[in-house]
Structure formats: C-alpha cells, structure tokens
Design a protein around this ligand. Structure first.
Ligand SMILES: Cc1cc2nc3c(=O)[nH]c(=O)nc-3n(C[C@H](O)[C@H](O)[C@H](O)COP(=O)(O)OP(=O)(O)OC[C@H]3O[C@@H](n4cnc5c(N)ncnc54)[C@H](O)[C@@H]3O)c2cc1C
Length: 463
C-alpha cells in the first residue's frame, strides 16, 4: 500500500497491485518514497521548496505521460507537472501526490530550411539555444539558461528578444498535449484552436505538453552586458533609465536592477542588449553607457548564447533558495525610486535583488485577446527577489521581501506576469493577471479539464 493525497486533499492508500500495474507501464520508471534515487528525484530548483510526493513518474514520451495522467485522473490524485523544475513557488512538486517528471524528454529537432524547432518538455533553454544556434537561429527565450522551454512558454515567455520577435508564445506554431482524459491532442491555429489559444499563456492548466514547435529567427553576434553605478548614484541612474526606455527601438532591451556586486557592495545596474547590427547597437546603447561615471561597463559584442548565460550566476544554481513578489507597472515615480534605493541599502542577502524588466516593442503590438498571454502593454515587470544559500536563514530573507513588498505594492498594478505569481498572492491577483482573457480561459478549462486535475499552477477554475 502507498499513502497518497487525493485532489480534494483527502489522504487514502493505494493498493500495491495498482502501483505495480502503473510501474509496468511507465517506461522511464516510477519512483516511490524509499526507492533509490527518490531524494534527488523529488528536488526542484528552488531549495526553499521541500516537498515529498508519493509517486514520481519519470516520463520518456507521450505514452508514459498518457498512462500517468490516466492513472492520476482515475484515482483522483493530486498532480504536479515538472519540466525544467524552476517554478519558484514549487508548482513542479507537491506533498503526498503524484509528479509527472518530464526531464527525460530531451529531443530537439531543428528544421533550418523552414526555420522551425520542435522541442520536448524536458529541454532547458540552454539546450534549445545550443541546438538552434548551430544553425544561427533562436526564438525568444528566458534570461536564465536552465529554466524549462515549455514551462516558461506556457506562461508567456519574456526574454531579450521580445522587443524584436515578441513573447515566446508569439513564436509557437503547434503543440502536442495530453489532456485530463488521457488523449494526446495536436493543437494549432487550425486544430483545437481554443485549446491552442489557452496554452499560449494559460500556464499548465490544460494538460501535459509533450512537444512544442517554434518559429526560429536568424540571430548571430549581439551586443549585451551590464553597466554598474554606485548605490549613491542609483536614484539618478534610475531616473535616467526611465526616460531612456522610451527611446528604445524594437531591437534594443534595457532592464535595471539594484543588486550586490561580486565585491559585496550594493550597486545599481543597467542590463543592456541589442539584437541587430553591432554598429547600430553601439549607437543606440551609447547614451546609457555614457551616462554618469560607471564603476564598470561590461557591454560589448558577444555570441547570443553568452548573453543568455549572463545572469546565470547565481540565478541558475540548483538548490538556491528563492522567495519573490512581482507586479507590472507602467510608470514609476521619483518617490518609488527612493524606496527602491532605501530597500537595496539593507539587502538581507547579497544574492537578493530588485529588478525592473522592460516589456516593449513587438510583444506589445499583439492584441491582448490574440493569445491567453494578455499582458500586452508597454510596462515594466517589477520583481523583489529574495535569494540565499542557507536554508537556516530563510525567515530573515523572506521577511525582507515581505516588508519591502508591503511598501511598494500600493504603487504597482494588481496584476503580474503569470509565471511570476507567488504562492501567497491572493486569488484576485491571479484572476487579474489573466486579465480580460480569464473568462475564455475558464470556458476552455471546463471543456478540457472540468475536474481541475491540473490545479497545481496559477490556477484557472473551470467555468
Ligand atoms: C531564476 C528564474 C529566472 C526566470 N527567468 C524568466 C525569464 O527570463 N522569462 C520568463 O518568462 N520567465 C522567467 N522565469 C519564470 C519561469 O518562466 C517559470 O518559473 C516557469 O514556470 C519555469 O518553467 P519550468 O519548466 O522550468 O518549471 P517547472 O517547475 O518544471 O514547471 C512550472 C509549472 O509549469 C507547468 N509546466 C511545466 N512544463 C509543463 C508541461 N510540459 N506541460 C504542462 N505544464 C507544464 C506546470 O504547471 C508546472 O508546475 C524565471 C524563473 C526563475 C526562478
């Protein structure tokens, strides 16, 4: 017998014969508490998430996924789906339920003639970029290289190429997905168009995606890098930065952060990028590099893959602890800037940061109703990020985030990028983050997952 938690939260025991039958079907293996490898298999990227699922189904293909979903549905099990394992609130795992672990599914097929790339759900951005860059191609991907390609895209997909090529979802051509009834469906603009629309920003609400096909674009050398200023110049730098963003063409990206330098000193940074001819990029980014007297200017030409890895330290480190809060904002005042600088002056951890991630260009020209990802305004995704290495210190770093957030939140919108929703954000904020698309998402959820089998996510309740 195996003790397990059902969808309604009730504990039950599953008989050994049912478990043995499932074990026979899952080619990638079924891992139970006490099995060798269980402890490594239950871990996710965020070390602050310490959960113990009863069953981990390691899936090697759509067939394994179908068996796992059918088993979870027929037994009414609490179910999590894990791709890259990077969900900060730990949606890729749970206590006492089943985890569908897609990490063994690593196939990537690039068609350089049609400029498409099909990926399976265990693929991380660094692996995807390596495969497509072999042909000089890429699509909009995340800014830390070990997030999951499909997990990130399901929420929308913000990255360095969004000004030029839109969000990750804007580049998806088709999707294979196992829905709650165990069926493998092919979704595109022509087939199951409602399901396709919902998957483009509706998070993991509609099933387990077993492959996605993207449009990919030629990208070679780019310009990228950070410009650092001392914290006592941060307020002026952020005021300059606010105006600089309004001048940017689609090819350019500019984000800003308050963080701690490798020497252990809080600093202000502009994170700059240009996806186009190098000389043109030098000209567009020059005002930001010439402003003030930087402590360091690390901006220069580099391969696309190097820019993608620029923020990996420390963010990609497996087991790092993270707690964060986020919201969108279309403007920020001098008073808001002062609050940021004050908060950075008392970072509780040198790995924590305050981030203004600028969303503009092609991503904002897609109508809000065209995909489930509807955050199409020119705006900043603002994040208060608490990160630390020692689990014994969690309460002090979480307290810093909460205290800073309590003062900043009234100055921000009540919506957030869906992939940045925190587990303790209120249900109203989840609804607001789906915006006007929420009602259609609920209707599609009722069609494909009426029992809300896929609920360990930024959840959309069936209509
Ligand atoms: C350090 C860090 C950096 C980040 N940077 C960016 C960034 O630059 N841009 C950006 O847009 N986002 C970014 N994110 C957010 C990121 O997009 C989300 O955390 C995303 O959910 C990660 O996907 P994953 O597959 O790695 O995570 P997982 O934990 O494996 O999955 C998260 C959730 O996504 C769903 N899911 C994943 N795969 C599937 C699948 N195949 N089928 C169905 N549902 C699935 C499930 O609901 C799952 O619980 C970042 C997050 C972190 C922690």
């Amino acid at each position: 017998m195996v003790d397990i938690i059902k969808l309604d939260g009730k504990p039950v025991s599953l008989d050994s014969a049912a478990i043995a039958a499932l074990r026979d079907k899952i080619r990638g293996g079924l891992i139970l508490i006490g099995d060798p490898g269980y402890d490594a298999a239950r871990r996710v990227w965020n070390g602050n998430i310490d959960r113990r699922p009863a069953l981990i189904a390691r899936c090697t293909g759509p067939g394994d996924v179908q068996h796992a979903v059918s088993f979870a549905s027929s037994h009414g099990l609490l179910l999590s789906v894990r791709g890259g394992g990077h969900s900060a609130p730990g949606y890729g795992t749970n206590d006492g339920g089943m985890v569908i672990d897609l990490s063994p599914m690593k196939t990537i097929n690039v068609d350089p003639v049609r400029r498409t790339a099909r990926t399976e759900p265990g693929v991380l951005w660094r692996e995807f970029d390596e495969a497509t860059q072999a042909h000089g191609l890429v699509t909009t991907g995340g800014t830390v290289t070990n997030t999951g390609v499909i997990g990130l895209t399901l929420g929308g997909g913000l990255g360095w190429l969004m000004g030029k090529h839109g969000a990750s979802v804007d580049n998806v051509i088709s999707i294979d997905v196992v829905t709650a009834d165990g069926q493998l469906r092919h979704a595109s603009a022509a087939e199951h168009p409602d399901l396709f629309w919902g998957l483009l920003g509706g998070g993991g609400n509609f099933g387990v995606v077993t492959s996605m096909t993207f449009r990919v674009h030629p990208v070679g050398q780019i310009i990228g890098g950070l410009v650092l200023h001392p914290l006592d110049r941060a307020a002026d730098m952020l005021k300059f930065y606010r105006g600089f963003c309004a001048t940017l063409p689609d090819e350019a990206e500019a984000h800003a952060a308050l963080l701690t330098s490798p020497d252990g000193v809080p600093v202000a940074a502009m994170l700059l990028g240009y996806n186009g001819p190098i000389e043109e990029g030098e000209r567009v980014l020059a005002p930001a590099r010439q402003w003030g007297q930087p402590l360091a200017d690390m901006v220069g030409p580099m391969p696309y893959g190097a820019r993608q890895a620029m923020l990996d330290a420390p963010n990609a480190e497996h087991g790092l602890h993270r707690y964060w809060r986020a919201a969108f904002t279309e403007q920020f005042t001098d008073g808001f800037i002062d609050m940021l600088v004050e908060a950075a002056g008392r970072f509780s951890s040198p790995m924590s940061s305050l981030l203004l991630f600028y969303v503009h260009g092609a991503i904002t020209r897609v109508p809000a109703g065209a995909t489930a990802f509807g955050a199409r305004n020119t705006q900043w995704d603002f994040d208060v990020i608490g990160q630390w290495a020692d689990g014994a210190e969690s309460s002090q770093h979480i307290a810093w985030v909460r205290e800073v957030w309590a003062r900043l939140e009234p100055h921000l919108k009540g919506s957030v990028y869906v992939n940045h929703i925190a587990a303790d954000d209120k249900p109203e904020k989840v609804r607001a983050s789906y915006g006007e698309n929420h009602a259609r998402l609920r209707a599609i959820k009722a069609m494909y997952d009426p029992g809300n089998q896929f609920r360990v996510n930024s959840n959309v309740a069936p209509a």
